[in-house]
Each structure stands twice: as structure tokens, then as C-alpha cells.
Design a protein. Structure first.
Length: 251
């Protein structure tokens, strides 16, 4: 398939118990597998990511049944948005209020999460974890802070690999056409010139001041028949202003 719009979804069928071993939790190590272009200093970007990454989490959504036990439904990313332990992830990841969730924070600890609310028409869902010592919530940017050409970084979970960093820039701060796929959609998307893959969904997007400008939700799908796959370098994020309005509406 070529040129399609695709939610950044990662689906897995492994049992949840397989994700937890007897070893003590190991802090997530940030990695930089993609090209970093057009920045004055790569090291300054790495310092920025180290500063803002604590609000990133890996999200696993799972279902339980008497016959099949526990099975993972979706896996992707999320962002801690409030000091009370609220986490935002895309609606297409949370999927169903009957599911349960587990988040992994940057300290490597798995933390049970409840799925509190899902808004498919906004492509947003709210999870809740118990607050923990040292927890950091993202600082939201104002919509007026987002402009074309603004440098941005995101942390995600492509192919279930945690703490993967991608660097890019804002191509369009507010897309006029609504983005829709199936029952999910959102308005005023931030279009990013950024390399993303399945599993980046829910990844926080920060500006160079460390403010959250949005959350990755979908991307332009390239030619999936080509090996190796080449990214279209087009990603879309739910803007921080829409996240703030969502939190206010369901408070």
C-alpha cells in the first residue's frame, strides 16, 4: 500500500506475563536510530530529550478471558499529563473501556493503569496510574507557540522498543482538513516532518523549550512492499490545545 494515512498502532499477541520477568526493573535507555538533521547540536537535543523523557510511558492494553487468559491487544506510547497520575494515549490504542492497561515508566517499572475515558472523535483516551515519587508530568505548550519550521522531538515505542527518539520539525501547525480513519479522528492536526513507525502512537512531541506541543497519532504510510521500508517523513499529532480541552471537558 502506498500513500495511505495510518494510525501508528502496534498489535501483539504475547501474554502479558511474558513482559514481566524476575529481574529487577531496568531504567529505559533512550536510543536515536533515525537521522538527526538540521540541528545546531546533536548533543543539545540529547540533553533536551533526557530532560523531558520522564513524562513518556510505554502503554500495553490487554484483555482477559476465561479461555485464553491474558493477551495483549495493543501496544504503543503515552504521556503523563497530570501529577495525579493521568496519562493520555490515542483512542485507537485504548480501544475499549473493558480492557485493562499497564504502563512502563522511564525507571523501568510496570505500573497498572485503568482506562478512564475514550473519545474516538478526538483520538484521545485517558488512563490513570497511581502517582509515584519522582513522577513528572509534561508541560503543555500554547497553540500560539507552534509554528511552521519549529524543531521538535518525540519519544515512542516502535516495534515494542521503548524510549526511541525521533527528531523533526513542524510542517503545518494546524491542518485544515480533519484526519479520520474508521471511527477515529481529530481536528487541527499538527503535521510533522518526522520519521515515525507503528508504535509511535501516543508518543509525546516536544519543542526545543521542552514544552509538549502534541501527541503522535497517525502517519503517512509509504510503500509497504518495499524492503527496507522507507518512511514518508509525514506524521500527524493531536495538538496540546486539544489535549488540554479534552481534560477540561471530562474533569
Amino acid at each position: 500500500m502506498k500513500g495511505l494515512l495510518w494510525p501508528t498502532l502496534l498489535t501483539m499477541t504475547a501474554a502479558l506475563s511474558a513482559c514481566s520477568g524476575p529481574l529487577p526493573p531496568q531504567p529505559i535507555t533512550l536510543t536515536y536510530p533515525y537521522r538527526i538533521e538540521g540541528v545546531a547540536s546533536v548533543e543539545s537535543y540529547k540533553r533536551l530529550v533526557q530532560r523531558v523523557a520522564p513524562s513518556y510511558v510505554r502503554v500495553l492494553v490487554y484483555a482477559e478471558s476465561k479461555d485464553e487468559g491474558i493477551a495483549i491487544v495493543n501496544g504503543a506510547s503515552g504521556v503523563i499529563i497530570d501529577q495525579r497520575g493521568y496519562v493520555v494515549t490515542p483512542a485507537h490504542i485504548a480501544n475499549n473501556l473493558r480492557f485493562k492497561a499497564m504502563v512502563t515508566t522511564m525507571d523501568g517499572r510496570e505500573r497498572p493503569a485503568s482506562i478512564v475515558h475514550i473519545a474516538p472523535e478526538r483520538e484521545l483516551a485517558l488512563l490513570k496510574i497511581n502517582p509515584y515519587p519522582g513522577m513528572e508530568a509534561a508541560r503543555l505548550a500554547s497553540s500560539k507557540d507552534v509554528r511552521a519550521g519549529l524543531r521538535a522531538v518525540s519519544v515512542g515505542t516502535p516495534n515494542n522498543k521503548m524510549g526511541v527518539v525521533t527528531v523533526g520539525a513542524v510542517a503545518n501547525p494546524s491542518r485544515s482538513l480533519r484526519i479520520e480513519y474508521g471511527e477515529y479522528g481529530y481536528d487541527n492536526a499538527i503535521e510533522l516532518r518526522m520519521e515515525v513507525e507503528p508504535g509511535h502512537s501516543g508518543g509525546p512531541v516536544f519543542d526545543t523549550e521542552g514544552r509538549l506541543i502534541g501527541m503522535v497519532a497517525s502517519f503517512g504510510l509509504g510503500d509497504t512492499q518495499r524492503v527496507p521500508y522507507i518512511s514518508t517523513m509525514i506524521a500527524y499529532a493531536v495538538p496540546a490545545a486539544a489535549i488540554a480541552a479534552y481534560l477540561e471537558d471530562i474533569r
